[in-house]
Design a protein. Structure first.
Length: 272
């Protein structure tokens, strides 16, 4: 695929740079999607060579998203703000939430125009779901966006989902401050759900090679330990089992035989 407009599929929004790898499109490829470019596939294939289990990690992360959303619905949550939502694929948050509770409201947020364009198409006719293009590094632009405030009532519990996104922010982007801004905006009874890459003892060298690979993309990858993730959740009550691996967070019975994934942490926190 070249960068000429005549060579682009009709699903590519105008002005999208197709020669630079993108985290959302790379994730789409690992999940079996087809809204990605040759450069995205090239980088993921290199990542697979560096860490053969990376595709299983992506699928484990996606499975956790479904489990956590279903659990939140059972807890009475009907509003979801999914930041870094990525390109729509199987088991989208609004599908999971609205299957369990038809009145659930979901607002998606992503920085990637391809992800936003596909979300807009998928959500056409769904008055209880929407999408905006925004940058997590500017949380107030998300939390106080007029479209977000039109769909979600922050006087009632809201669950903010930050799945596989915070580890793309370096410390210089002040992730702890971003989390503090989200906590401040949430009402009592609101939740934050997060998955975050961490160093796994058995695959540390493989992870290091993947991180080095991401350094040459616009979204570098930053592993953080459990203590750092716990600091992110200052002011939240951690839902049992607390900070754990993504496959160990309340696994479904049919997932019991799935291989454990120690390279990504999962946590759900509730604002008192």
């Amino acid at each position: 695929m070249t960068s000429g407009e005549s060579d682009l599929p009709d699903w590519v929004p105008e002005g999208v740079e197709v020669t630079v790898p993108n985290a959302a499109r790379m994730y789409d490829y690992t999940l079996g999607g087809y809204h990605n470019f040759a450069v995205d596939r090239e980088y993921i294939e290199k990542a697979i060579q560096a860490m053969p289990g990376i595709v299983a990690v992506a699928h484990a992360n996606r499975a956790f998203v479904g489990r956590s959303v279903r659990w939140l619905v059972k807890e009475g949550v009907r509003q979801f703000l999914d930041i870094g939502s990525g390109i729509p694929t199987l088991g989208n948050v609004h599908e999971v939430a609205q299957e369990a509770a038809p009145d659930a409201r979901v607002m998606y947020v992503d920085i990637d125009p391809v992800a936003v364009a596909h979300s807009e198409a998928l959500l056409a006719g769904n008055d209880l779901a929407g999408v905006i293009q925004a940058d997590l590094r500017q949380p107030s632009d998300i939390l106080y966006h007029p479209d977000v405030l039109a769909l979600l009532d922050f006087a009632q519990p809201v669950a903010v989902l930050l799945n596989a996104v915070m580890h793309f922010l370096p410390d210089s982007d002040h992730p702890l401050d971003i989390m503090a801004a989200i906590r401040e905006a949430l009402p009592s009874g609101g939740y934050v759900v997060m998955t975050h890459g961490t160093e796994a003892r058995d695959t540390a060298r493989e992870q290091e090679r993947v991180a080095e690979l991401y350094q040459s993309t616009p979204t570098s990858f930053h592993l953080r330990d459990e203590d750092y993730v716990r600091r992110m959740f200052d002011g939240f009550e951690l839902v049992e089992p607390g900070i754990t691996t993504v496959t160990a967070w309340r696994p479904d019975p049919d997932e019991q035989d799935d291989p454990p994934q120690d390279s990504i942490l999962a946590v759900v926190g509730r604002k008192p």
